[in-house]
Design a protein around this ligand. Sequence first.
Ligand SMILES: Cc1cc2nc3c(=O)[nH]c(=O)nc-3n(C[C@H](O)[C@H](O)[C@H](O)COP(=O)(O)O)c2cc1C
Length: 310
Amino acid sequence: MDIYFAPLQGFTDYVYRNAYAECFGGVEKFFTPFLRVEDGEVRKKDAVDLTATAPTMRPSLVPQIIASSREEFDILLQYVISQGFNCCDINFGCPFPQQTARMHGAGILAHPDKVREVLDAAAKYEADLKLSLKMRLGNVDKKECLAIIDIINDTPLSFVTIHPRIGKQMYKGSVDLEAFADVATKLKHPVVYNGDIVDNESFRRIATMFPNLNAVMIGRGILSNPFLPESIKTGNQIFDRKKYLNFINLLIEGYQNHFNNSEYMTLDKMKTFWDYPLRGVDKKCVKAIQKARTLSEYVAMVAVGVNGVV
Ligand SMILES: Cc1cc2nc3c(=O)[nH]c(=O)nc-3n(C[C@H](O)[C@H](O)[C@H](O)COP(=O)(O)O)c2cc1C
């Protein structure tokens, strides 16, 4: 089964994606964190994140957008096309109030008329873009998705990714597999499952329950174990210290370039990856990494942490 690397705002930016693709295998598609409109144009930071994608990984990259009006969709989709991409994912899942309050992300799910308006606007680009959708079950109620299934089925989409939580849950509580099964059967598009796959066992559970899935999408599970896609594909638990440390070095190099050689900013960024600590590294070591005062201290502490991983 194909594995897609979920978009994770603040984590899977171009530096991370480029380095990841150079070091690890097992991922068929990568998604950018969502691009949005700011002051009538594509937010500058988002544009840089898309255009700095390494040429070798462009074929496996799906730009993602978030919007809630025809005008915003036009700006974003035309930009994606102008950058030479032929696919685009639409975010109907972001649970953060800054987005949902504007009917963006999961905030649009309870508004069928708005869903129809924006999906019709997106469908106009069908000849240039393979569109896909990433959604939750609802924002406040898991039944919200049922009222928009016909609209989604009427839209030309290459697949629909479902994260079976509601927006109000954020990332807490459990995924609702029963509700997922119900929506998946009602959708005529290929379905991708997303949520809480963190190891070979949780993958097998989903793959066995839903044998007709097109793919699974994994986010946090890969952040805390970049070898997870390869482990799932081979059925073995893979870990290679040298490869992991090389990945860390590539990230440091990439962020130093991005931050014009600012050690402070690079170090700050590198520490954020330990919000999702590498599986198997003990807590004391994670704390020490997060307290590193220089990049060489950081690298040394990561090397100590990695030595404890079995
Ligand atoms: C920090 C963070 C940032 C995220 N950013 C995005 C985003 O930009 N677009 C999106 O569709 N989902 C985003 N998500 C949701 C993830 O793509 C994914 O749906 C969620 O983490 C559940 O999958 P997982 O359990 O495999 O991590 C984000 C999640 C987290 C935790």
